[in-house]
Design a protein. Structure first.
Length: 473
């Protein structure tokens, strides 16, 4: 970064250009080029020097992003490699508001770049059109917004720059991603998928790490406690509540956290190494929370306080992934609300050919996730694409697709329709995401060993292959 005077001048240049474009809508053909110049200003303001920028940058076979940047110069080589950040620029005529398809396409484009083979080292993505900027985080193959759509006009630019500076951290401060498995509807496979996903993620190694992913499972369905039971554990008496309380009073210690997490693992029997070994930590369902009156829970876990979100952010420093198993019935369940508001990403699950679970999720995505985003003010939670669980290989997708289409058509405005299309369909086609029905998954949870199918049967594991590809390479 130059002197603060130089920086201030760059900030002014961006803000003035933004005001000019906003006021007169005076956008002409060369505007995208001008946005690219402003992007260089923006990178300078963020403390990234010229020699650490490559424009354009080849992300993969046929994917070129406008800018790639590194936070620090590499000592050994002079060639540009392993960027930390990429930026896709658009002309100011492409407006960044949730309502427009062009905005949705820009996000889709950035996410495609972020998945590129030459972007494994990238942790952040930015879209910028000279008027607005939005920041995305990348973790494994996942990418999700970590800012709302921010403005760079005179009034907002200082705040926007501050937000970007605070949220683009060096690798030392990296934290894990918080994922909530959710549908408003019960019995769709949330618990099964949360547990299986956690185990499979534990086998992977995130780029840049040496060890396998550290994964924490949070059972936030305190009334049922299915996940806790599936991990062969008993629910706790107040363990989660104590963590929430201590965190709220700013008295939470690392020791408190460590004492509350329990290992779910398959230990070698008589020295025989298990076929697929794993270890995940579990924060068990809490019977005390389940018993407490709704009034008390409201006090400690009220929506706007984001109690679970804060606790998870704290715990995420020691994990690569936190997977939360949410209860159904959002409207009635404070725990369901808390689980949704705690997430970076929501992983939605629905049942095949079940109009209700599709309608439920369509409504939930619009009503609940969007309203939580307004409270959070950090761009999250972000709904990933929906997975249709218990799919039989002999089934034909048309019925489900028709049911999905009905929900999209019924959505009241374009904004919601765009969002539902993104959530329900894979890529730009009308392809659905499926997890096949594999008896092994169910049977093995029930059987004597009590270990989930994914650590015992190849068939159960392969049922999750496509889901896992969305998370990790
Ligand atoms: N892909 C699958 N193949 C076979 N059985 C499955 C599959 N997914 C889930 N099941 C079975 O379906 C039942 C319900 O699953 P699960 O408990 O995971 O649903 P849930 O959404 O968590 O339910 P709740 O809303 O009550 O918490 C379980 O018996 C589980 O073993
Ligand atoms: Mg469940």
């Amino acid at each position: 970064m130059g002197t603060s005077k130089q920086t201030q001048s760059l900030i002014n240049q961006i803000a003035q250009k933004c005001e000019y474009w906003e006021k007169d809508q005076n956008v002409y053909e060369g505007s995208e080029k001008e946005v690219e110049i402003l992007t260089l200003h923006l990178l300078d303001i963020l403390g990234i020097s010229q020699e650490n920028i490559k424009a354009p940058y080849q992300c993969g076979a046929s994917k070129k992003v406008d800018f790639a940047a590194k936070f620090e110069s590499s000592v050994q080589t002079s060639t540009f490699a392993k960027p930390d950040l990429i930026i896709e620029c658009k002309s100011p005529s492409i407006s960044f508001t949730d309502e427009t398809k062009k905005y949705a396409d820009t996000v889709f484009q950035l996410q495609g770049y972020l998945r590129g083979i030459k972007c494994k080292s990238v942790s952040y993505g930015i879209i910028f059109n000279g008027l607005n900027v939005q920041l995305f985080r990348k973790h494994g193959m996942l990418s999700y917004p970590i800012s709302p759509i921010l403005s760079v006009n005179q009034k907002n630019i200082s705040q926007t720059i501050k937000y970007l500076q605070q949220n683009i951290q060096t690798n030392n401060n990296k934290r894990g991603t918080i994922i909530t498995v959710w549908n408003n509807k019960g019995g769709v496979g949330k618990t099964t998928i949360a547990q299986s996903l956690a185990i499979l993620l534990n086998e992977k190694i995130t780029y840049g790490n040496k060890e396998k992913n550290r994964v924490l499972l949070v059972d936030y369905d305190h009334n049922q406690g299915d996940l806790t039971a599936n991990c062969k554990m008993d629910p706790s008496e107040g363990e989660t509540k104590r963590l929430l309380d201590a965190d709220y009073l700013k008295k939470l210690t690392t020791e408190d956290i460590n004492n509350s997490l329990h290992s779910f693992t398959n230990i070698p029997v008589k020295g025989r190494k298990p076929r697929f070994s794993f270890e995940v930590k579990v924060l068990r369902a809490d019977q005390e929370l389940s018993r407490l009156s709704s009034e008390y829970i409201k006090d400690f876990a009220a929506n706007e306080r984001l109690a679970l979100r804060k606790l998870c952010l704290r715990m995420a420093k020691n994990f690569d992934y936190i997977v939360i198993d949410a209860p159904p019935n959002y409207e009635q369940s404070i725990f369901s609300k808390e689980a949704v508001s705690a997430a970076d990403c929501i992983l939605p699950v629905a049942l095949y050919q079940n109009d209700n679970s599709i309608r439920n999720y369509a409504r939930a995505a619009i009503d609940h996730i969007q309203s939580t985003q307004k409270i959070r003010k950090d761009g999250g939670p972000y709904s990933l694409g929906i997975w249709f669980n218990r799919w039989r290989s002999t089934w034909i997708a048309t019925v489900t697709r028709n049911s999905v289409k009905k929900q999209i058509d019924a959505a009241s405005n374009t904004k919601n329709q765009i969002e539902l299309k993104r959530i329900f369909y894979k890529n730009k086609g009308r392809e659905l995401r499926k997890i096949v029905e594999t008896a092994d998954i169910a049977r093995s949870i029930m059987d004597a060993k009590g270990l989930p199918g994914v650590v015992r049967f190849i068939r159960a594991r392969s049922a999750f292959d496509f889901l896992l590809n969305e998370f990790s390479d």
